[in-house]
Ligand binder design. Structure first.
Ligand code: NDP
Ligand code: A1CAB
Length: 264
């Protein structure tokens, strides 16, 4: 698979790392305007680092766009004459709908919108996908690409903003929960390094329990909460302080912000 990542910033480089770690490309072009910061990637035989988007498009089949929304239309405009039926366009760009992409390059292209997260660099991204009409024929290909670096789900485009909050912003939300648990562990006497180790592996274990058993979280909670024990005491105090409520309100605030951006 010949892959170009147009916009090798935070997300683009996470995707590049995930692809390289999973041996998912025969060649990879990484582009940005100022290439100094990504020159190190040239150490990989398969990788070419360039500021020339047109060259990357000509030499690749799978085009992954990971630029800021404000740059996307201009970049599409600058490469659209090079697009062929071999190209599959995969946009990761928040709030930039398929209709807007088609308005620049037309409908007769395989267009996929994807919403991965930065855990793609370690093969653990939850990636949501939707497509234009023609792109339906390439959804399985896109899923295969993202499944090598985590888990993917096809969703309607109308849910893409919500998926951005839950999956992409979600990495930051879970990091803050892990950080808070770490702070609690330090207060209970662990040193900072130990505290983080305890917090992150416990988080990993909790998610793995659900993924592997298919159970509802409350089933697993029931197994941990001894009657009159310390777990239910702590859990109830967290809820009195608004744990679930604050998470839900944060998620909705984040969604309102994205929707505001979409409507602006
Ligand atoms: N960060 C995240 O976790 C997620 C981000 N997203 C979406 O992905 C997109 C990228 O986000 P993020 O990686 O955080 O942003 P960054 O700003 O880190 O990366 C964007 C990159 O695009 C490059 N760029 C700008 N103009 C051009 C151009 N003309 N040609 C080629 N490259 C260009 C920039 O480099 P230079 O200035 O040198 O050109 C920069 O490195 C956004 O649309 C965001 O909404 C989606 C899911 C998760
Ligand atoms: O915070 C943001 O707006 C972008 C979209 C998802 C992750 N980063």
């Amino acid at each position: 698979m010949k892959i170009a990542i147009i916009g090798a910033g935070n997300l683009g480089l996470s995707i590049a790392t995930g692809i390289l770690n999973s041996n998912g490309a025969t060649s990879m072009y990484l582009t940005k305007r100022d290439i100094k910061s990504i020159a190190d990637f040239e150490k990989y035989d398969k990788v070419t680092v360039t500021d020339d988007n047109r060259l990357a498009v000509q030499r690749s089949d799978i085009l992954i766009f990971a630029v800021q929304p404000v740059h996307f239309a201009e970049i599409l405009e600058s490469v659209k004459d090079l697009l062929t039926d071999n190209h599959v366009l995969i946009s990761t760009i928040t709030g930039f709908g398929i209709a807007k992409i088609e308005a620049v390059i037309g409908k007769d292209h395989y267009i996929i919108r994807s919403m991965p997260n930065t855990a793609i660099s370690v093969g653990k991204s939850m990636t949501c996908i939707c497509s234009n009409e023609k792109g339906k024929k390439r959804v399985e290909l896109a899923k295969a690409i993202f499944n090598r670096m985590g888990h993917s789900m096809e969703i309607p485009e109308s849910q893409m903003q919500a998926a951005t909050v839950i999956c992409a912003s979600g990495i930051a939300f879970w990091m803050r929960l892990i950080r808070a648990t770490t702070q609690g562990a330090i207060q209970l006497g662990f040193d900072a390094h130990e505290a983080q180790e305890l917090a992150m592996h416990t988080c990993n274990g909790a998610a793995s329990l659900l993924i592997e058993s298919g159970n509802h979280p409350e089933e697993e909670i029931d197994r941990v909460t001894t009657p009159m024990g310390c777990t239910i005491k702590g859990l109830n105090e967290m809820e009195h302080q608004g744990l679930s409520s604050s998470l839900i309100r944060g998620i909705v605030a984040s969604f309102d912000k994205i929707t505001e951006f979409k409507n602006s």
